[in-house]
Design a protein around this ligand. Structure first.
Ligand SMILES: [Zn+2]
Length: 283
């Protein structure tokens, strides 16, 4: 059983980029050098607001995992000095590197909805080029679901998310009571009505503080073990490439399936399949 804590001592933050305030296009998350520079500034702005909220809630240790692309988006010197930064890739727990059972809460900043979500700004699941959909125990799952289940495996509740309205709804379906700071409302995959970044930061700070004060209301999100994943790729050639993994079963032209006893192993098995699938180019 998890002990009740009145104040969170250790807070973990996983930060992606597509759900950052003001961001609506791939150019801003890496494809264009100049636009990417603007995106990075917006990213650290949202992050520092979340760190500030965590410190106001009494956190003594804040660990931030840079979780986008090559995971070197945050400029260390611009990050609030009250936090430690995990950066670079690849690493064992990927977007969640640094999490362990000693954390009191996990926060998700700048997250985006799963591939195919209506009005999900820059929606995708792990890789827009390679992955069509991921199902965990039969439930279609996006990056928030995959990562919050890892936090849950370690007994850590996921209490806060920031991003667009679509990812907030996705998170609430899995984690009832999670606090969400909605910083933009998608009007398509590459367009949104956005809060001013300063308003977004104020909302993030306030919502993180509230979430951490009400920490005990949220249970860790766990998936039942053994865990079945199904991975539907974009093309059959991608499934051909990943089907060499000895633990996968081919279900149809584009879909692979596997079962693992433990959730972290399932996540690793899934990542390995996606990495291999990506070696086969789409036409
Ligand atoms: Zn990303």
């Amino acid at each position: 059983m998890r002990k009740m804590v009145s104040k969170p001592k250790r807070v973990f933050i996983s930060i992606d980029m597509e759900g950052i305030s003001g961001i609506v296009d791939w150019s801003q998350v890496g494809r264009d050098p100049q636009e990417y520079g603007v995106g990075r500034k917006l990213m650290v702005g949202d992050l520092n607001a979340a760190i500030e909220g965590a410190l106001k809630a009494g956190a003594e240790e804040v660990v931030v995992s840079d979780a986008h692309g090559r995971m070197r988006n945050l400029q260390p010197e611009e990050v609030h000095e009250g936090a430690q930064l995990v950066r670079g890739s690849p690493k064992p727990l990927s977007m969640m590197e640094g999490i362990d059972e000693g954390f009191d809460a996990a926060l998700y900043v700048g997250y985006h909805a799963m591939n195919g979500a209506k009005d999900g700004v820059l929606c995708h699941t792990i890789s827009s080029r390679t992955v069509d959909a991921i199902y965990i125990n039969g439930i279609e799952t996006g990056e928030f679901g995959l990562n919050s289940a890892l936090a849950g495996y370690y007994g850590v509740p996921s209490v806060f998310i920031s991003g667009d309205a679509a990812v907030a709804e996705e998170a609430r379906r899995l984690v009832p009571g999670i606090r969400a700071a909605v910083v933009k409302w998608g009007v398509g995959r590459y367009a949104a009505r956005c809060l001013h970044p300063r308003k977004a930061r104020a909302l993030i700070e306030k919502t993180v503080l509230e979430a951490l004060e009400k920490l005990h209301e949220i249970k860790p999100y766990k998936v039942a073990e053994p865990v079945e994943f199904r991975l539907r790729l974009v093309t059959p050639s991608m499934a051909d490439a990943a089907a060499v993994l000895p633990y996968v079963e081919r279900i149809d032209g584009r879909t692979l399936r596997a079962v693992f006893n433990r959730y972290p192993e399932a996540l690793r098995g899934l990542r390995a399949a996606i990495t291999l699938a990506a070696t086969s180019e789409a036409e």
